[in-house]
Design a binder for this molecule. Structure first.
Ligand code: C5P
Length: 426
């Protein structure tokens, strides 16, 4: 049930081809139900056909009219409306994706036990497409053995149950159980439409350190040496690694204002030296390090304490000092025994070709020079890789294999990189 449409890329503004899909958005009866409105909107804006199926209690939080207006389709909760159309069978059968947001403890319990006492649970039994649950509840409910067992059951049936975010819950409580941000759920849903097997739980029990974004090297309190990294690729890797079950530390430089991924410990740093200190500490006890950050190669030698004024005393040139190569440092630490020998180390390379060699030639040389296990190579220039939502490239491995990474979302590329990391883990 899909046909081609063209939608606007939210970042670049360019029209990118996509495919219209049938998405069922199930809404459980929790306070986070209001956030499903943003999710529904992002699906319709991406050109998809959306049917909203709330539970009866979800309508205590958001009115039916809101869901109908946002989706442009009728909304019902029970199986006895529109009976000749047999909606509980048709909706599930025709869907390309079912997303439940928020998935409450009660809704997951009913789904895990195969109940079909309303339109949403009936739809879940007939759907054969990917089903994504985005849980939201209080921490105690999320951690209760009954919920833990229901989540495990749903996963054993092939459903994807996202890790919730931590943070402020209803009232004064904080802890695990917050609904991941709608943009994050939408991104993961889009990935499942690109690749339905993108979210296996293959990183459970693994600790993954990811760097992302760009560093800024200050010259004075106002000016810095920086770069165009948006952080999107590294954040996509961290987000996906967490949803594949890993314990993730994201060491983030400056980004284009991306929100922190759910279920990830994010440490913010400013300079290359700060990033190196955190990465060195975290790499000492982890299973994989993915260096997606754009680290400034140089920093101003002198940090001036007050703004350098134009005119009198203004320097003619600025002296720079080379920054440490963090990636090469981890590889060396692994040789020296400070990092475990089985730790998988992944580097990134943004390359352009020239008259002396193409992108792959330079990338092969970089892999050898850095000594990492995997190198993700992006061709840059002509609006590629930086600041946009799409990416492609190659994945080079120290064992000599070279795999083309198909053009697609940065989440799709992240999923391919994590497949390789997962395959290399001991
Ligand atoms: O040498 P180049 O900067 O192209 O290498 C890119 C790779 O090296 C990326 O993985 C980047 O995160 C890492 N890097 C680093 N420390 C630097 C510069 C780059 O870890 N100072």
């Amino acid at each position: 049930m899909s046909d081609a449409v063209s939608v606007s890329d939210s970042v670049s503004g360019a029209h990118v081809p996509t495919t219209r899909k049938q998405i069922v958005v199930g809404v459980g009866g929790g306070i986070a139900a209001y956030k499903s409105c943003a999710l529904i909107r992002s699906f319709t804006e991406a050109g998809h056909h959306v049917r909203v199926v709330p539970t009866e209690s979800a309508l205590q939080f958001v009115g039916k009219a809101t869901f109908e207006a946002l989706s442009g389709n009728p909304v019902q909760t029970g199986v006895f409306a529109d009976v000749p159309q047999v909606p509980h069978v048709r909706l599930g059968q025709e869907a390309d994706l079912v997303v439940i947001a928020p998935a409450t403890a009660d809704l997951m319990a009913r789904a895990a036990s195969g109940r079909a006492d309303d339109l949403l649970t009936g739809t879940l039994l007939t759907a054969r497409c990917p089903v994504l649950f985005a849980p939201a509840m209080h921490t105690e409910m999320w951690e209760h053995p009954a919920t833990v067992a229901n989540v495990a059951t749903l996963r054993s049936y092939g459903a994807i149950v996202l890790e919730p975010a931590s943070g402020r819950l209803t009232g004064k409580d904080t802890g695990a159980g917050r609904l991941p941000e709608p943009e994050e759920i939408a991104g993961l849903a889009a990935l499942l439409l690109e690749r339905r097997d993108a979210l296996p739980r293959d990183l459970e029990g693994k600790r993954v350190v990811v760097s992302a974004g760009g560093t800024r090297e200050p010259l004075d309190p106002v000016r810095f040496l920086g770069n165009r990294s948006s952080g999107k690729q590294g954040y996509a890797i961290a987000r996906l690694a967490a949803q594949r079950g890993a314990d993730v530390v994201l060491v983030s430089g400056y980004t284009a204002g991306i929100s922190e991924p759910a279920a990830v410990t994010t440490v913010h740093v400013r300079t290359a030296q700060e990033m190196q200190a955190v990465i060195d500490r975290e790499a000492a006890q982890c299973d994989a390090v993915v260096m997606a950050a754009a680290v400034a190669d140089f920093r101003p030698t002198t940090l001036v304490g007050s703004k350098i004024k134009k005119g009198d005393g203004e320097p003619d040139s600025i002296e720079l000092t080379k920054n440490p190569d963090i990636l090469a440092g981890i590889v060396q630490a692994r040789r020296d025994g400070a990092v475990a020998p089985e730790t998988v180390i992944v580097g990134f390379a943004a390359e352009t070709g020239d008259e002396d060699g193409d992108v792959l030639t330079y990338a092969r040389a970089k892999l050898a020079r850095k000594g990492c296990d995997l190198l993700v190579v992006n061709a840059v220039g002509d609006g590629k890789a930086f600041e946009v939502d799409h990416n492609d490239g190659w994945l080079l491995s120290a064992d000599g294999s070279e795999v083309a990474l198909e053009h697609g979302s940065k989440s799709l590329l992240a999923s391919r990189v994590l497949d390789a990391v997962s395959g290399s883990l001991k």
